[in-house]
Ligand binder design. Sequence first.
Ligand code: 13P
Length: 351
Amino acid sequence: MSSELASAAKAMVAPGKGILAADESTGTANKRFAPLGIPETEEMRRNYRDLLFTVPDFGKFFSGVILYDETIHQNGRSGKSFVDILHADGSFPGIKLDTGTFPLALAKPDEKITEGLDGLAKRVEAYVKLGAKFAKWRAVITIDEKTGIPTDACLHANAHALARYAAICQAGGLVPIVEPEVLSDGNAAQSIETSFAVHERTLHHVFNELHRLNVKYEEMILKPSMVVPGQKSGQTASINEVAQATLTVLLRYVPAAVAGIAFLSGGQGDEDATAHLNEINLLAQKAKAPWPLTFSYGRALQHAALTIWKGQDANAAAAHKAMHHRALMNSLASLGKWSADVESGGLVLSH
Ligand code: 13P
């Protein structure tokens, strides 16, 4: 099927390109600034996003950037709007449309629902006028085997909200990124086997609802979590085990027509997120997987640069270098061309 949205979705997962998640809400951005002593102000959030979006070769690595409402209205330090800066680099501006997660009423403790559907068609219209080309909505699924979550009720409610959002986006002219995140950070204690089973249930619910609400798979991007053990599980899984589990669940539950898959990093270490993506791509090439598999990381792309920058202009060049390196490493991983040697600089491989 060819349509403007299908072409845009394809461009978002073009070979070697990924999507930068820079849509931290004001609260989350401030939380990341605080330990580094960076003032929690609108100006510093603007300066930080300016730092990220002016990394050399930006458009070579990033087909798009997910923005938060504050950022999509801001100008960079050059005086040009961020939307224009990204367009000039050949990178699509995108917008986070959900308004956060809240307790799911009458469900078990820790089960959440994502809000933001009221008035969404009007908000989509306004963001399209501002220049947005795509959007994101994140649902979070928490696993706790002691309390028996996630329940089917929670999976269904979140899948339904994702499908409502995706349909409204497509009707209004935005490519929806559909993000069902099975949490593995914080207190997550599940084994990789349990994570696999919950990913199966989650993706089954999500594609059921997307189908029911007539969402066009060719005009959407799936942003899933990888199948990893919970950070508090005490279990370690090899790079290959994670890649095998992740690709298997995607091959079982994601229709071939989906334009592409762009993973979140979900609290993985920077290099782990790259190594996993690379291995997934190597296996996907062998399995002749039907979709491109790339990155849409937030923390795993930004962490090094933010830690070096610390809000100081004097550190900008070093922060750019760190961000450029991570962007290049993930770009290579999205092609199955990354290695530990390339990572450490032992093997110089340009994009
Ligand atoms: P992380 O890569 O830090 O998980 O963020 C991606 C994202 O967009 C979360 O919604």
